[in-house]
Write a protein of this length. Structure first.
Length: 661
């Protein structure tokens, strides 16, 4: 069964929207057209009266002996009709009653003119002049927007008046009566038919407008539901990463424009993987929901915003007056989660309940202040909280060596990293779902300090990008994977993450070509991964660089698809060889909405013709789901953990062994 995003919104989009019954439609038709009909009839009667009075000229020319009486009748009827009409308008009469007044005025106007006109001695003139009675019939049916029944009644009355006059006309011959009678009957039939058609068309226009209104309402509801879905974490009901990023920019804009300071607080559930592995994913999800509820209670007083930033990581944004308030909120968050007393027996740190580590950063005036720096400071504070034994809250303090930004030290370390062998590469397998063989590996960079302490990639990569060292590290990484892995044909393809800085750098494609030529590796065996993110702009230099790389045969992969804002635009601009769907979508598949969301993303990418790779496969159940979805390739701890080159055994026999396993 095919699922789309609309299948999982809160609106039941499979059912037709409620539509009114026919009687309700007729009542609604009358109600909505009330004001328009009143104004149209009022304007029409005033115009008809003007024309009716102008025909006084023809009275003088054709029946001069009774012109005084016909003209007097015209003026009397006109004044009375308009007087009654205006009184009804002032008294807010209904459109139906005003229409009846106008129709009656037309009938009386015809009879009131015809009666004195027939007193003329010029029988020949009046015999022809009577044909103008058809004009009144046309007016009833065509000039006004009367309902069909009213128009029909008025037309029949006018027709009967005409026949009564013809029959009482002494000198009229049979041929005259037959000819003029046929003419008036024809006018009656024709104008009545046209009136019937016009009324039907007006009603159809109304029905089309109602249908359009219903469809617009349905589309609006779907749009609101999809918007809520796209900004809501399916498990916890909190804002998701997309919504958090938007809120962050809003808070930052208020800080930059109006000086409205705020705190960014990162919360990470301690030892959550152990909790998940021991209690199971369902209990793990329940734990995250309870933690999310505790966080919401913690920020109610300050009217802050909360979102799920990652698997077990949350972020709180709240307007604060001082860093002390931010520290107090961070501690309150930690304490509220601990007070939940959720059992966690797998911990080995002396604590038997679920706790969180909290890192907070507060806006402060500094040179080159950026939103990314504030989040980095909160992340550094969180890292410090974890390093301090977890279950604690830390506020970033630039003067405290435990939480201060160590970027200068790491920047200095990166300058000597390649010469001192402080950087290395590890490789994580990528399995073909259909064959079970290892199609490729992803190269991941590792950095250690002089004392052997590992530096997280999330810490040193941004510093390398900021200082420009990423260009040298990038060339070193590509050269290393070509020599360590690709030169001996152990793996068909190796993917390497590239930074936006590298793609924007003049000569990057040329340097890749030189490395491929130097190591004797075909370009098709190298894949470069571009991470979907906000810092990447698809300007001409980047597109030109990607085009040059594809000319070399180098494969271009889109990494972490679905976590940023530019993914769809990139799919339109760049012909990616593989699209890697972020692990968060797979991990959300425990819920029907999450599973349907992943199915929709897969369908979107598949329709574009790209090969699909799903990250984060950690269990056999998830692997089975990937087979069900007919995914091309998968990556994750279930397939293999990152390992040094010497530990890889990826020959054909090893691939067959993995298939049997």
């Amino acid at each position: 069964m095919k699922h789309t995003l609309t299948d999982i919104t809160e609106v039941d989009l499979d059912n037709d929207p409620p539509r009114p019954a026919s009687t309700e439609l007729l009542a609604l038709y009358d109600e909505e057209g009330e004001g328009t009909r009143i104004q149209a009839t009022r304007k029409g009667l005033w115009t008809a009266v003007a024309v009716y009075l102008l025909f006084s000229v023809t009275d003088i020319l054709l029946v001069p002996d009774v012109a005084a009486m016909t003209i007097a009748a015209r003026f009397t009827i006109s004044v009375v009709a308009l007087f009654i009409l205006e009184i009804q308008v002032r008294l807010n009469a209904t459109a139906n009653s005003i229409d009846c007044t106008a129709a009656a005025a037309l009938v009386v106007a015809y009879a009131g003119w015809l009666y004195p006109a027939m007193m003329t001695s010029d029988t020949e003139s009046i015999s022809y002049y009577m044909v103008f009675g058809a004009i009144f019939m046309m007016s009833v049916n065509l000039f006004f927007s009367f309902k069909f029944r009213l128009s029909l009644l008025a037309s029949i009355t006018i027709l009967l008046i005409f026949f009564a006059a013809v029959l009482s006309f002494p000198p009229a011959e049979v041929s005259y009566r037959l000819a003029f009678g046929t003419f008036n009957v024809s006018c009656f039939i024709f104008t009545s038919y046209v009136n019937w058609k016009l009324n039907r068309e007006r009603y159809k226009v109304f029905l089309n407008a109602i249908e359009a209104r219903i469809q617009h309402k349905e589309a609006s509801e779907r749009g609101r539901a999809l918007l809520r879905l796209s900004h809501t974490d399916s498990l916890t009901g909190l804002n998701n990463r997309r919504a958090v990023d938007q809120t962050l920019r809003d808070y930052w804009g208020d800080w930059q424009r109006r000086g409205k300071s705020f705190a960014a607080i990162l919360i990470d559930v301690d030892f959550f993987k152990k909790y998940n592995d021991f209690y199971g994913h369902q209990e793990g999800d329940r734990c995250l929901v309870l933690v999310a509820n505790a966080l919401k209670e913690s920020i109610e007083a300050c009217n802050g915003s909360i979102g799920r930033y990652g698997g077990e990581e949350f972020i709180v944004l709240a307007h604060m007056q001082s860093s002390e308030e931010a520290a107090e909120l961070a501690e309150a968050i930690r304490r509220n989660v601990e007070n939940l007393a959720l059992p966690h027996q797998e911990r080995r740190d002396g604590t038997a309940v679920v706790t969180v580590s909290v890192g907070a950063a507060f806006t402060r005036n500094q040179t080159g202040s950026k939103l990314e720096r504030l989040i980095h400071e909160a992340d550094r504070a969180l890292y410090s909280a974890k390093a301090s034994g977890r279950n604690c809250a830390k506020l970033f303090d630039p003067s405290d060596p435990l939480t201060s930004d160590e970027s200068e030290n790491i920047a200095a370390l990166l300058k000597i990293a390649t010469d001192q062998d402080l950087v290395s590469m590890v490789y994580q397998p990528i399995r073909n779902v259909a064959s079970g063989r290892i199609d490729a590996v992803e190269a991941l960079m590792r950095l250690k300090m002089l004392d052997g302490t590992a530096v997280p990639p999330g810490l040193f990569i941004p510093i390398a990008e900021r200082t420009g060292v990423i260009l040298e590290l990038g060339r070193w990484a590509i050269r290393t994977v070509c020599r360590e892995i690709l030169s001996d044909d152990r793996v068909p393809v190796v993917s390497v993450n590239v930074s936006p800085i590298q793609l924007k750098s003049p000569g990057f494609a040329a340097s890749v070509a030189a490395i491929l030529g130097e190591t004797g590796v075909a370009g098709a065996r190298l894949a470069l991964e571009i991470t979907e993110g906000l810092e990447m702009e698809m300007h001409s230099d980047v597109l030109r660089c990607i085009s040059d790389l594809k000319t070399l045969g180098v494969r271009i992969w889109l990494d972490d698809f679905g976590t940023g804002f530019a993914g769809l635009s990139w799919l339109r601009l760049i012909d990616f060889d593989t699209v890697k769907i972020d692990r968060s979508f797979l991990h959300d598949c425990d819920t029907p909405k999450g599973k349907a969301m992943l199915r929709d993303i897969i369908g979107l990418v598949r329709n574009r013709g790209h090969k699909i790779l799903v990250e984060g496969v950690e269990t056999e159940d998830q692997m089975g789901l990937m087979r069900q979805f007919r995914i091309d390739q998968v990556q994750g701890f279930h397939v293999g953990r990152p390992a040094p080159a010497e530990n890889l055994r990826l020959k054909a026999t090893a691939g067959a062994h993995l298939t049997r396993a």
